[in-house]
Every structure is written in C-alpha cells, then in structure tokens.
Design a protein around this ligand. Structure first.
Ligand code: NAD
Ligand code: ZN
Length: 244
C-alpha cells in the first residue's frame, strides 16, 4: 500500500458527512483478545458450538457460565489498542457518528466510545431467562448468577447460534446504514451475516467504502480504498493525515 492510498482514504474520511465504522475480531487482535478456538485453549475438550446455544444453556447452565466466566476473566486482562482509541477520538471530534461492532469483548466502550451498536451483544451483559431484567456484571461470574428481580437464572446477553439478533439494536443499525455516506470496515472477514452486507448497503446508496485488514476479504473488490495492514498502525496513520 502506498502513501497515496492512505492519503486518498484520509481525504474520503475528511469529506464524509456521516461516517460510520464496522468492526470485527481483527480490531481486537492487537489487544491480544483470544479467539477461544485455539488448540491450546482450556476448552479444547468442549465444542464451542455446544456452549453457545440456548439448548446448551438449558441442559447445563453451570458449564456455560464457567465458560463465560473464563472468557470474562481473559477479556478483563486485555486493554484497548490504538485502533479503539482513534475511533474514540474521531467520535469526540464529530467525525465518526456511530460504530457497529460484531465483537462481544466490550473494548470499544472501555476505550470510551459512546455510540456503539453491539450486534452480537457484550460478554459482560446479562439478561433474565424468566423476566425482562437486563443487567451488567462488573466481575467474572461466580456460579450461575441470579436475577435480582425474580430469582431465576441470568444468562449472558450475547447472541447465540440459532438466535435472532436484538431487534432494537438492528433497527438502530438500519437507521445508521441509511444515514451513512461513508463506512470504514475494520478487521472483519466479511463472512458472518448479516454484518457482511452492511457495507454493501452503504455502497449501493452511493456511499464510500473503506476497508482496513491484514488480508483481502470478499469485500475488497467493491471498496473505494483497501488499506492493508494492522488496524492499530493504520488508524494512527490515517488520523495523522486527517490532522485533527
Ligand atoms: P473473523 O475472525 O472472521 O475475521 C477477523 C478479520 O480480521 C480477518 O479478516 C483478519 O484478516 C482480520 N485481522 C486480523 N488481525 C488484524 C489486525 N491486526 N488488523 C486488521 N485486521 C486484522 O472476525 P469477524 O469478522 O468479527 O467475525 C467472527 C465472529 O466471531 C463475529 O461474529 C464475532 O462476534 C465473533 N468473535 C468476536 C471476538 C471479539 O469479541 N473480540 C473474537 C473472536 C470472534
Ligand atoms: Zn428475572
């Protein structure tokens, strides 16, 4: 990638009237957020798919909570990286209007981003399996947390395999995709639906599409600028060129 590509991408960002971002697991790579699927993972004896479904939770809530508690503990030790921080700065300066993330690690909020739409939920969020209670844990779960309103089991408020995405979050996402004239897509393989189609919705309406990734994705051939490299490094470079 040449300096010209970066300068071109920076000019698109500077000219945007309504810039939004879409982020995936790649933006958290430089924060060392684990993928939980590595061969050395503590959970190698279990199939991750069997831990992240409503039926798995109904069968063995204790086991599912042990897995989430382990993940919460790992995430608590990770910190936001320059890519997260740059997006916070752009939001504060009024350049970035909102941020759609597929990540459940909560690092955007921890970095200080305000307008975050977490389409797959958040590892620290909980909801009651019986009433409408919604809450948030501040420490990794101990055992099976109970609902403070009705005493039923709480479950992680993340979207499990086979579940619908949160309709309120999705309505907000649709509205942002309608408003956006530019979208920057950072660290997503663009394979997981429906997030993979979000950039195309902006593009089809005549908007601009930027991609930051260490490799090509199915989106790459439709983008206005593809920036190849690590999110943290590239966002710092873009920020410098934008000069705010
Ligand atoms: P993905 O794992 O499918 O793709 C990650 C992408 O990031 C890849 O295209 C890769 O080339 C790119 N990448 C890796 N390191 C990068 C870096 N330093 N800078 C820029 N790009 C980099 O992730 P996805 O597209 O988010 O979809 C996977 C699903 O898994 C999502 O549903 C997500 O919710 C879930 N997930 C979340 C987390 C998290 O919360 N941090 C972690 C793993 C998986
Ligand atoms: Zn309840």
């Amino acid at each position: 990638m040449s300096r010209d590509d970066l300068a071109f991408a920076a000019s698109i960002i500077s000219e945007a009237r309504h810039l939004i971002a879409l982020t995936g697991a790649g933006i958290s790579k430089e924060s060392n957020v684990p993928t939980f699927r590595g061969k050395d993972g503590l959970w190698r004896k279990h199939n991750v798919m069997d831990l992240a479904t409503p039926s798995a939770f109904a069968r063995n809530p204790q086991l599912v909570w042990e897995w989430y508690s382990w993940r919460q503990d790992l995430i608590a030790k990770c910190t936001p990286n320059p890519a997260h921080h740059t997006l916070v700065k752009w939001e504060k300066k009024g350049i970035l209007k909102s941020l759609i993330s597929q990540n459940v690690d909560g690092l955007h909020r921890r970095a200080g981003s305000g307008n975050v739409l977490e389409v797959h939920g958040n590892l620290w969020a909980v909801k009651c399996t019986s009433c409408t209670h919604l809450g948030r844990l501040s420490d990794p779960a101990q055992g099976i947390p109970e609902c403070p309103s009705c005493g039923a089991n709480l479950r992680p408020d993340v979207v499990w395999f086979g579940e619908r995405l949160n309709p309120v979050v999705m309505q907000n996402v649709r509205e942002e995709l309608e408003r956006a004239d530019t979208i920057i897509v950072i660290g997503t393989s663009a394979l997981v639906q429906p997030a993979a189609t979000f950039p195309l919705i902006v593009k089809q309406r005549g908007g601009k599409l930027l991609e930051v990734n260490i490799e090509q994705t199915p989106l790459t051939r439709t983008v206005d600028a593809h920036l190849r490299g690590k999110a943290g490094e590239l966002l710092l470079k873009l920020d410098k060129l934008i000069g705010i």
